[in-house]
Design a protein around this ligand. Sequence first.
Ligand code: 3HC
Length: 312
Amino acid sequence: MENKYHKFNACIEQDIAIEAKDDMPDAYRKTLIRQIGQHGHSEVIGMLPEGNWITRAPTLKRKAVLLAKVQDEAGHGLYLYSAAETLGADRDDMMEKLIAGKMKYSSIFNYPTLTWADVAAIGWLVDGAAIVNQVALCRTSYGPYARAMVRICKEESFHQRQGFEAMMALAQGSEHQKQMAQDAVNRFWWPALMMFGPSDDHSPNSAQSMAWKIKRFSNDELRQKFVDNTVPQVLQLGLTVPDPDLQWNESTGHYSFGEINWDEFMAVIQGQGPCNHERIEARRKAWQDGQWVREAAAVYAQKQAVAQSKVA
Ligand code: 3HC
């Protein structure tokens, strides 16, 4: 029997995008629903720490920019849930799994935003890390995911730039503002490195995801790229990187850096981070409070379909 996935394998081999209607191994479909669904959850939960500061932004301009960014993240979540649905995923099911702790979201969003500088750090460092990861995903083998990434990356660039600009304003401000900026870097630097996932030798999904070209680079390769990109930015701000082992290596053209606290990473992704409970409770409440809206929209859509079928 001809290999059922001969066409799929040939497309992967030749960098031809896999589309929703193509034959694909169940495991390919399953791992994409896992990754895309969790990516969508990350975007939506990512709205919570920043949304916490919309009413407390220091100026009208910062409030308007933050509103636009948080609104963008909601849209990113919708693109990604729609991409997951092209694989047969059910949105309600993904939401129930998130709330039941059976689907993940990015570890970074389990840290609190204690000061305005944290909001700047999230835009600059977190979206900066997301860009490194998502630019690579623009070439992921699943077509709908890659296309969603192209659109999302355009908006992420604005997110990263506004975060850096807000950080620059603090770093060039009063001594207290500069200290607030340094404090934010101290608390968000290492969690930003954890966003790229476990080290390659502890990443159970990477080998297969690389073979299927879902991933184009490994977790450690993207993490290294982020560090190399971002350390010069920290120095440009006149701030310091909270890593005594950080060192530029002329011979490799990369920064070497200290060991990540993998116990902290594992605790956070297993639900024991500083804000995990608060984040999931917020999503549970929003999901429950929105039940009537979803039901009303479904009834309206059904009535529209009946009305159109009578006209047709
Ligand atoms: N947070 C939570 N869970 C994580 C994680 C993190 N930072 N890194 C890894 N994990 C989980 C994985 O999901 C996997 O668990 P699972 O099998 O139950 O899903 C486990 O740890 C082992 O990790 P692997 O490296 O084997 O898993 P992957 O091959 O899926 O790689 C990943 C992890 C690099 C995060 C990959 O899933 C990915 O690239 N995802 C898409 C990008 C994404 O989700 N980014 C999140 C940030 S979105 C964002 O920042 C929004 C911005 O606008 C602010």
